[in-house]
Design a protein around this ligand. Structure first.
Ligand SMILES: *Cc1c(COP(=O)(O)O)cnc(C)c1O
Length: 415
């Protein structure tokens, strides 16, 4: 893979590099990259921890020094701290196809999975005793759903998304599914599965961790009941930034939280002994919000102003197609196998490559500035975040992957 090939300009490297430059020049989102703090490496881990938008530190500094340091407790009102969970929820809403008033920000995704699953089985009502859970899920969702099932007297039925249709029935209370599989990058059929869950009389809960900010979700359009997601991946909210909970408006009046903290009370400062839930998305709150993280997220969301999610999706698919094409051209046959679906309708915004030598290969990639991540034992995962990853990045990552594979002999599975 020498850069000084002696062949003509039709050599694949030259071709692909030239195409990458042209694609970047024509990319309507290319200008967004300058909004982020990045070095000259290739950051393909924004699906795990999104990059820092450069304007955020000054905004957080203001939260600390002025809002907290000077205004102190007045900031709960004057700086809008108290209403931040709903306000920021409304900023996330258009990114996931939700009208205002249905999303509240706070707590971790894990905690919101708990709230959503318990609320879902309560919405489903008596006589249904099963919770179907995506068996390929990010482990926390499965752990939490099991605990929720135990507490509510339900039975967990682990099921691959492809088998959900066959598993649905009169006993199904709720179904917890991932929109995009964190490992393979497979995009599941949210409209079709949601409709099937409803046809069975059950309640659909979607985990959007790997889709929000990468592709259109259409929560309202497809009649999703409840959804959760994190904000530190494609939404760039920062490490440990709070997650969100979507409760469709038609369910809000019956949303019965298993964690009815005082922040979700109709009159939180009444400090009454009896609990009376607030109306609307506020009902999904628990306790005092983590204001510094929350306002960091709010500032970070500015990078989405004026961005169409359809444009993000179009670039994401073009980027992942192009990366796969470069891998195919550069990497010797048989060293890696894509486990990301080729069909656009089934692909999220990442490429996962199965590689027997994944561990030493990823270590060397990172040493050379190509930062992806390893999903043990044998998956190399590359996240494509359309706001700040370009086509030249994709070409370079594939080229360096080929170089690294040339150094790590097949069968060398040790770092
Ligand atoms: C990232 C991720 C989580 C993270 O949960 P936390 O509570 O924020 O740690 C949960 N579910 C899925 C599917 C994820 O991808």
């Amino acid at each position: 893979m020498s850069e000084n090939t002696t062949t003509t300009t039709t050599a694949p490297t030259e071709n692909l590099r030239e195409r990458a430059l042209k694609l970047d020049a024509a990319d309507p989102l290319a200008g967004r990259r300058a909004l982020f703090a990045l070095d000259d490496g290739v950051y393909l881990d924004g699906n795990s921890l999104g990059a820092l938008p450069v304007h955020v530190p000054a905004r957080v500094q203001d939260v600390l020094t002025r809002q907290w340091g000077e205004l102190r407790i007045r900031s709960w009102d004057e700086s809008g701290w108290w209403t931040a969970p709903e306000r920021i929820g409304d900023r996330i809403a258009p990114l996931v196809g939700a009208a205002a008033g249905q999303i509240v920000v706070g707590d971790s995704t894990s905690v919101n999975v708990f709230k959503a699953v318990v609320a879902a089985v309560r919405i489903a009502g008596e006589g249904r005793d099963e919770i179907l859970v995506d068996a390929t899920t990010f482990p926390t969702d499965g752990y939490i759903a099991s605990a929720a099932a135990r507490l509510t007297g339900h039975r967990i039925v682990p099921v691959a998304p492809a088998d959900v249709l066959a598993a649905l029935g009169p006993r199904t209370a709720a179904v917890l599914l991932n929109h995009v599989d964190y490992r393979s990058g497979r995009l599941h059929d949210l409209p079709g599965l949601t409709a099937a869950v409803h046809a069975a009389g059950a309640v659909a809960v979607w985990d959007l961790c790997h889709s929000a900010g990468a592709l259109p979700v259409g929560l309202d359009e497809h009649g999703v009941d409840l959804a959760v997601g994190c904000t530190y991946k494609y939404l760039n909210g920062g490490p440990g930034s709070p997650a969100y909970l979507y409760v469709a408006e038609r369910h809000q009046a019956v949303f019965d939280s298993p964690l009815p903290g005082w922040n979700s009370h109709a009159d939180p400062f009444g400090m009454t002994a009896g609990y009376a839930p607030a109306d609307g998305s506020v009902r999904g709150r628990v306790g005092t919000p983590d204001i510094v993280s929350m306002l960091t997220l709010e500032a970070a969301l500015d990078v989405w102003d004026g961005v169409s999610v359809d444009a993000v999706r179009a670039k994401s698919l073009a980027l992942t197609d192009f990366f796969l094409e470069c891998v195919e051209a550069y990497v010797p046959a048989g060293r890696v196998v894509s486990v990301t679906p080729a069909a656009h309708a089934e692909r999220g915004s990442q490429v996962a490559l199965r590689c027997a030598e994944a561990e030493p290969v990823m270590r060397r990639l990172i040493e050379r500035g190509v930062v992806g991540d390893l999903r043990r034992p044998d998956v190399l995962r590359f996240g494509f975040t359309p706001l700040y990853v370009g086509f030249a990045d994709a070409e370079r990552a594939a080229r360096i992957l080929a170089d690294v594979l040339a150094e790590v002999p097949a069968g060398n599975t040790v770092s």
